[in-house]
Write a new protein. Sequence first.
Lengths: 179, 149, 481
Amino acid sequence: MSRAIRLVAVLMLGLAALAPPMSAHAEGPGIGGRRVRLDGEIAGPFRVRVVTSPTPVVVETLYLEVRVEDVSTGEVLTDAVVMTRAIALEGQGASLEAEATHDIAPIPTEYASHLPVPATGVWQIEVEIEHALGRGTVSFRERVTSPSSLGGVLSVGLPIAGFALLIVVFLWLQRTSPR
Amino acid sequence: MGMQRIGHSMRASALRVTLLALLILASGIACTRQNSLRDEAPEIQAELLVLPLTPQVGPAQISVRLSDTSGALVRDAVLELKGDMTHPGMTPALAEALERPDGLYVASMEWSMAGDWILTLQGKLSDGRTLVRQYAITVLGPEAGSRDR
Amino acid sequence: MTTLEKVPQRSLYRPTPNLDVLRVPLLGRVLRWRWGRLVFQLVLLLAAIWVIYDGWTGPQLAPANSATVLAWVHYRGLVILALLLVGNLFCFACPFTLPRTLARKLSVHGRRFPRFLRNKWVSIAGVLLIFWLYEWLDLWASPWLTAWLALAYFVGAFALEAIFTESPFCKYVCPLGAFNFVHSMASPLQITARDAAICHTCVGKECINGSSTVPGCGTELFVPQIDSNMDCTLCLDCARACPFDNVALTPRRPWSELYQSGWRPRWDLVMLVVGIAFLGLVNAFGMVPPVYALQTWLASAWGISNVALQTLLVLVAGALLLPALLTVTVAELSRRLSGRLEQRRAIAAAYAPAFVPMSLGIWLAHYGFHLAIGGLSIIPVTHSFLLDHGIAWFGSQPNWELSFLLPNGWILPLQVAAVLGGFGLSLYVLTRSALRRNPIPVSALREMLPWALMVVALAMVALSIFNLPMEMRGTILGGAP
């Protein structure tokens, strides 16, 4: 009995070791699911749209894509200076700043930046725009999560827990059964 | 016995007549069917630019350029876009493409799931004709590792 | 008159007919009425005619055509819910068997279905064939092919009914029926005799032989010996034919059949049940990103770039060879751990029914997903269909945004609950089966351990698949040539 259970335990551990979900290795703006966070937001003379990725945002990987339009004409402005900031609201990690440029933007007329947020929690994200037309700032809050996948852990953990419960039930039955 | 055979024969005839009548009825209905999506302006060129260039789950920007046989821009059209997945039962993505001063029609859409999409461009031209075009687009999932630039 | 085959003696599981659905006022009368089944069949016949007509003449865009929406969203989702909540309702109202009367008239020779085919291997092949065509030809994306598939079912049922005396299509061939038979084993209703003593003295055995006005059981089940929903189409001909009104449709604990009924030690039955559970995984796997990695690997490592061959390989490997290999191995392990001198197939037959709840959970999670996200899409599709025929009763613009039957946030938790529910019930059935065969708990545990590990692995894979983001790829702009 004990030998069989030991064998089973080793097998289950082996399965569990194999099973942790593979995280997405690719990185870049737009990869891992994009989400529109602000759309048509007015900031001074600008109408701003901000897209974050991945979804959900995880530690070390927050990408922002920013579209800037002239609020009066609707023209997309490609010659602005766009600064992006992440400010920790839950007291963990230092604030970050990066300029958003066209270089890594999936849509060439937009601006994109990478903010490697160092810790989980709620962060204030600010986008500041400077242009001949004037200056404008927009902000929103973003929750940054751990890169581990809870779903993946549950996929392995729950069946193992069910199996462990089954063993316990049988051991209990054996103990209480008349000899 | 003879009466039974006559009864069988009459029933068989009735069955044949019913089947024939149903077939004629079905053909009639089928002939009266009119597909609501009918392109009445086949000579108009409709060029589509989908951004990001490699479509991925999430927001997208779609620009449409309409031109006539002489290459001149077709303006003042009212255009709508409908993105359908190839699997039935999926909510389509709908958007109106608004005309910009430069003559391009631009719409914002949201690809809700990775997979194959059929983008239907439907609209009314200024002369009242209906324009219908379909485009096949493959949208990549969150794990996509590379992007076309 | 049909002669009954000699059945090996085994303990019969029969629910006590405390409540009889056939005696519920109005409903019972409708069900027992001679044309009661026909009414429901006609409803589905109309749906089938709509599918075929719209598939051939309607827009070849799967989400906008009733053929694809009804067949791949509603039929599949509702059939699995019906099996879970009531029983084999689709076979009960199956329209494909409607031309049976005409076919039977043509069946002058009255041949029996060949003996070597009277098993579930043909069904298994049929199920694999249908899923292969589905994956290869992207049937879900083609209203035109879906319509042809529906017609093929009518032709297949008609031809077999015309050639043979019994209903071989239902019992031995129909892939839909095979799927329903397996999962109806965990359904809460079962046909049984109200009083077995009456059956012992019955001379005519009309429930199986038929009466002057009503045919007997098409799949040749004898009511007092029914201990499983396997092969029962719920047609209720037995109830209509019984001169003593001694047939009941009675509620039972849905999972009790799975550990109480004694299966004959047949590999075909074992493989049907286990294979369909694995097929559930393969089918769901076809909708998540790793399948494309697998296809790429098959093409680059083995040079297999033909999609037909790729899908065939994946299906045969995942839904036939892998479950067969695992079942035989696990049966052998189980035999060795228990120390029993028993055939492998006998042990497999004792534990295979435990895969039914797991299978039901996997299919419910998959087909329920499609129904939950697309259940309402039939409204704009019908609206568009009416507009195509000049009927504008409901306005001139279908509301294409109608789709979700349940809030999006509920769907993944419900999928996980379905898989875990099936998993828990499978472990429970395994436990009861093991304790029934081995009164000493430790011996029971030894024997069932390999089977439990197989169920654990199935649950892990199922949960992992449903946790992945779904992709829906199919023939782009496919359809009628």
